[in-house]
Design a protein around this ligand. Structure first.
Ligand code: NAD
Length: 478
């Protein structure tokens, strides 16, 4: 008996479908609606690099979705599956994400078809610098026009090479370091950028859990403490999110899904130990004290309180959506739930915290890094000691009181320890990120609960974002 293959839209079509669902509830002129939806430009480059005695050709993309604000911003992905449809979908999501968290950028994204695990450090440096050269000479990397960041397969190392390449080609540009974010701290980066996206996922969940009404919508109660969480992808985003939720909020990580399979344990996995195991063994297989499941994707369907897809797009789709048992999904990755699956999950009553909000911690701290580079000063450098001196005055007075009151009142020694130090860059970055995630959540939430025709957070997020982009275009006279 033949079965009809399931027709799943492409990633870009999926983003467009979700966009269309939201604009149908808005009052935009059709021309503007179309202008915001379309991707402005996608540049494709093919370049050769001499490696191991022969020339190898690589294909890369940089897509600019919307220039209603400049520079445009978005990560660069290194993966063999990179293609034009994917970068355009990701660029569109960047436009909406920046608007939602009020980062003053348009949306962009880049990608290179390469498997970084097949090349050594020196080879990767040659490939990255050559790709950067191609983009820089067309102003597709530029502090005032287009500012990339890390994404899947890239990190601090690649961003440092890109920044250096830009500096070499723009020797008199005093703002050269602002051409890319996600750089290492000693190469113009900012404290807290590596952890930022995972930290943002944690802050997003904390904000969600502050509302009894929102928890009730997902059939959840109480705090994050003891909640059973399954994470897919223990890379930059998944590792930090899982680590912080476990160590700081008391959540139990019952499942970790990676490329080579999944680990499952009802009593909880030690995230740090699993990460070390992956680094040493190249995968999760063989990790002690957990059940290994060769077909990792099946673990997405296990019963849990919160599912955190933090690897790649399209993993929850028309094929498996019906079998998903979690109460809450937080989309740490971009596009992990397809448009069709989204319909099925909503009908099942599963609440989804959408990607454009959930993983916006990365671009938020990238924004702080860009500002730091342009202002050429570390956050907190001017205020920290002055703040400490003022705190010292208060502590002195409290100590005087302590001495006068004798046994009637005693100053808690921990108070002094906690209160005295002025905020350093990391604390300021975390505070700015926390504030951004809280404010953006409330803007989505207002639409979700405030309008009878909006029944989910994703549609609410799109409405908030599209409205801001539309206002920006209108202000320009379009
Ligand atoms: P990463 O390369 O650091 O990690 C990805 C992880 O997923 C790796 O551990 C990899 O082994 C795993 N993985 C790959 N294929 C898998 C599969 N089929 N099944 C299970 N696991 C698989 O990438 P990242 O930076 O953590 O990005 C992950 C997602 O988060 C992407 O969708 C990306 O667009 C999104 N994102 C990243 C950032 C950021 O700051 N890095 C910001 C916003 C959004």
């Amino acid at each position: 008996m033949s079965t009809t293959p399931i027709k799943e839209p492409t990633f870009r079509e999926s983003v467009d479908l979700m966009y269309n669902r939201a604009v149908a509830l808005m009052d935009l002129p059709p021309g503007l609606e179309e202008k915001i939806r379309v991707c402005n430009a996608t540049y494709t480059v093919r370049f050769g690099v001499r490696l191991r005695g022969q020339i190898q050709t690589f294909v890369g993309y940089r897509s600019v979705h919307s220039e209603h604000m400049e520079p445009v911003k978005g990560g660069i992905r290194f993966a063999t599956a990179v293609n034009q449809d994917e970068v355009e979908a990701l660029a569109a999501l960047m436009t909406y994400k920046c608007a939602l968290v009020e980062a003053p950028f348009g949306g962009s994204k880049g990608g290179l078809c390469v498997d970084p695990r097949q090349y050594d450090d020196h080879e990767m440096e040659m490939i990255t610098r050559r790709f950067a050269y191609e983009l820089i000479k067309r102003d597709l990397i530029n502090p005032s026009q287009n500012v990339p960041a890390p994404d899947m397969g890239t990190g601090e190392r690649e961003m440092a090479w890109i920044a250096d390449q830009f500096g070499r080609m723009n020797t008199t540009d005093i703002n050269a370091k602002a051409c890319v974010t996600g750089k290492p701290l000693n190469g113009g980066g900012i404290a807290g950028r590596v952890e930022a996206t995972g930290r943002g996922v944690q802050y997003a969940l904390r904000e969600f859990f502050r509302s009894d009404e929102d928890k009730a919508a997902a059939g959840l109660t109480g705090s994050l403490d003891g909640k059973r969480i399954i994470v897919q992808g223990l890379g930059n985003v998944g590792y930090h999110a899982a680590k912080f939720l476990r160590e700081e909020d008391g959540a139990t990580i019952t499942g970790i899904i990676e490329r080579d399979g999944a680990l499952f344990s009802e009593t909880g996995l030690d995230v740090e130990a699993v990460r070390n195991w992956i680094v040493q063994n190249g995968g999760v297989k063989g990790f002690p004290d957990a059940t290994y499941v060769a077909d990792g994707g099946k673990v997405l369907e296990e019963d849990c309180d919160i599912l955190v897809p933090a690897a790649l797009e399209g993993v929850i789709n028309l094929e498996n959506a019906d079998r998903i048992k979690t109460k809450l999904i937080i989309e740490a990755a971009n596009g992990p739930v397809t448009a069709g699956a989204d319909d099925i999950l909503r009908a099942k009553g599963i609440v989804i915290i959408p990607d454009m909000y959930a993983n916006a911690g990365g671009v938020t701290v990238s924004y702080f890094e860009w500002v730091k580079n342009l202002s050429h000063i570390r956050f907190g450098r001017m205020q920290r000691r002055q703040e400490e001196a003022r705190h010292q005055l208060v502590v002195n007075e409290l100590e005087r009181l302590d001495a006068v009151l004798g046994d009637k009142w005693n100053l808690d020694p921990k108070f002094k320890e906690k209160f005295l130090p002025g905020a350093d860059e990391l604390e300021l970055v975390r505070s700015g990120l926390d504030d951004t995630m809280r404010v953006a959540y409330q803007s989505m939430r207002e639409v979700w609960h405030g309008r009878s025709d909006v029944t989910d957070l994703r549609t609410a997020a799109y409405i908030v974002a599209i409205d801001r982009v539309a206002k920006s275009y209108r202000a320009k006279g379009l």
